[in-house]
Structures are given as C-alpha cells and as structure tokens.
Design a protein around this ligand. Structure first.
Ligand code: AMP
Ligand code: MG
Length: 326
C-alpha cells in the first residue's frame, strides 16, 4: 500500500474524511501521541488498526470525539463523576472508561462491556475529528510494543506501506499517552497514569481516586500486560541518579547511549536529552529512545525525578526497559 504523508489543510482533511468513511485508517496528531484512527462503528475498519500495528485483539482502543455532546452516543450512562471530568478536564490528555452503548462493536473494546472515551485538546486533532464527523477509535500509531509516536516521522518509520494516510501535524506537546480513568467501579481508578495527575482528578471529583490493586487481575487495564514502549536494542533504567552505578554501566557498555535530563550530559558522548523536568521528559522520552536506538547498541535511561508527573514518565520507562534496573 502507498502511504501518503500530507500537511493538514482542507484538501488532506477531505481525503482523511473519505478514507475514514470508506473504512480505512488514518494517522493523526494529538497533544499526547499520534493516533491511528478508524470509524468506531465500522468493525472491518477497526480490524485494520489491529492488523497495521500487530496489536493483540483483546487490547481495547480509545474512542476519540471532538465534542462532549457526542459522548451519549458512545457511553450507556454518563455519571455525575464523568460529567465533572468532562466539564473540568476535557478536552485534554485524559480518557474516561464508562459502560458502553450497544452500537460500539466488541472489537473496539476488546470484548469488554466498557468503552474508553477521550476528547483531545490539540487543535489539529480537533480539526481532524470535526472534518471526519464520526467517533474515531484509535490507539497510538506505532507498531505494537515500540515506543509511542510523538512525531509524524515516527508514524512513518513504523507504518509506512501499512496505512493509506498520515496527517503531518506538529510534534506532540504532552508526549506520553492520556491518563486512563475508570469510572465504572465502586471507586474511580487510574488504569494508566498520565500528565493529568491523581491529585488533579481528586480535586475535580472531590473524592479519593485509586490505582488498581496489582494482584487483582480483573482490575487491570487490558493493555497493561503487554510488552510496551521498547526500543529495538537492550534498554536499562537507573532510577536513583547514582553516577557511580551509571559510570560503571558505561564502562562495561562503552557503546551505550544515555537518555537522561540535561544534568547528566557529561556522562557520555552519546547523550539524548530529556530536558530539565518531568514535562520535557514526558515530551521527549519516546523520541529520544527512537533516536538512541539508531546509533547505540544499548541504552541506559536515567529517570530519578520525584513527583506525580515524573512518576507517569517512570511508568513508561519501566516498561521500555522491561524492568531491567541498574
Ligand atoms: P494505547 O493508547 O495505544 O495504549 O491504547 C489504548 C489504551 O486504553 C489501552 O492501553 C487500553 O488498556 C486502554 N483502554 C481502552 N479501552 C479500555 C476499557 N474499556 N477499559 C480499560 N482500559 C481501556
Ligand atoms: Mg499504544
């Protein structure tokens, strides 16, 4: 298949609309990561997302909408907690899990009775969704298990020849995927941490919010058990910023690259900057892993920042390295 990569304008948006209506997939920018979208009501189109990504079929997708009013077509009921999240935090990098309407096919939800809904804030994503004028289900637009795409170039790296169209927008501002908040349980549960934090959600809901009990398998988001965000070379993680152990690792692995905040740049020649703080770390982490894997035989990520936003980045890098801590 020939993959078109087009700047976003009237012409490319009308082509995107045509592709989505015809049951094809389209990659589009959002503030979190690039998504690979299809008409959420069209089972065959949704299956093309799984095929292009090599994604396990029980890993559900997020339904993206441009306007809050559309949520009633997707969710069976919009609870008062859901309404608070919608009015205070949407559009933005947060996804809510609600009980689904019958019209949402099982292949979108991985067979679950619930559906994940998100309203992206990026003007480019909004323009795309408004042009298409249908709910668009989308996971990240990368090959399954690879670092998520935060630039259209990453989408092309993974999916060229497998999808008909990439809308070339700006690089993603947030850089890690949305916070996933399950509102179908007795208490609100954060299934995936993101840059909208637990404290922020608690402030909006005026109640305690929880993380799933890791020992209770029924509480986990389906995507959690799969390999995720992994570069194509051996990757390790240092979480304490102890320069002695990092230097020792580099002595044993002289061709390794270091992905870390600027304060560690003297540690190695092959250095890939995560900037100064948790926000720049989130924005850059996947791009830097993709840069590093091209020129390094091993990668060591140093992520020693504390705090809620930093912990969301930690959640991603722990998966990138498959739990290999040095
Ligand atoms: P991605 O952003 O590519 O990781 O894909 C969407 C994520 O949303 C997956 O990791 C899923 O685990 C999560 N998700 C989607 N639908 C549901 C749902 N109904 N219940 C729980 N998690 C969901
Ligand atoms: Mg993904």
């Amino acid at each position: 298949m020939k993959t078109l990569a087009l700047d976003i304008n009237e012409e490319s948006l009308s082509l995107a609309k045509k592709f989505i209506e015809q049951g094809e997939t389209v990659a589009f920018p959002t503030e979190t990561v690039y998504g690979l979208g299809a008409n959420a009501f069209d089972e065959n189109a949704v299956k093309k997302i799984f095929a292009a990504k090599g994604r396990p079929s029980d890993n559900p997708l997020i339904v993206h909408i441009a306007d809050a009013s559309l949520i009633e077509n997707i969710a069976a009921e919009v609870s008062s907690d859901a309404k608070k999240i919608i009015s205070s935090l949407m559009p933005g990098p947060i996804t809510v899990v609600l009980n689904k309407q019958k019209c949402i096919p099982d292949c979108v939800t991985g067979g679950l009775p619930t559906v994940a809904v998100r309203m992206p804030s990026s003007p480019e994503a909004q323009t795309f969704l408004r042009a298409v004028n249908l709910p668009v289900c989308a996971p990240s637009a990368n090959t399954s298990s690879r670092p998520s795409p935060t630039s259209w170039v990453h989408v092309a790296e993974d999916l060229d020849g497998k999808i008909p169209l990439i809308l070339k927008g700006a690089d993603c501002n947030i850089g890690i995927e949305s916070t996933v908040l399950d509102l179908t349980r007795d208490v609100p549960l954060i299934l995936r941490p993101g840059m909208i934090t637990k404290s922020e959600i608690e402030r909006v809901l005026c109640k305690k919010v929880f993380y799933p009990d890791k020992t209770d398998k029924t509480m986990n988001s389906p995507g959690i058990r799969y390999k995720h965000y992994a570069p194509n070379c051996e990757t390790y993680l240092n979480v304490d910023g102890n320069t002695e152990s990092i230097t020792e690792f580099l002595r044993q692995n002289p061709a390794a690259g270091v992905v870390a905040r600027d304060c560690y740049q003297n540690l190695a020649d092959k250095f890939f900057s995560l900037g100064k703080d948790a926000y720049s770390g989130a924005q850059q982490v996947f791009a830097k892993l993709r840069e590093a894997e091209k020129v390094c035989d091993r990668i060591i990520i140093v992520w020693d920042l504390k705090g809620e936003e930093a912990d969301s980045v930690l959640n991603r890098v722990l998966k990138s390295c498959g739990g290999k801590i040095v």
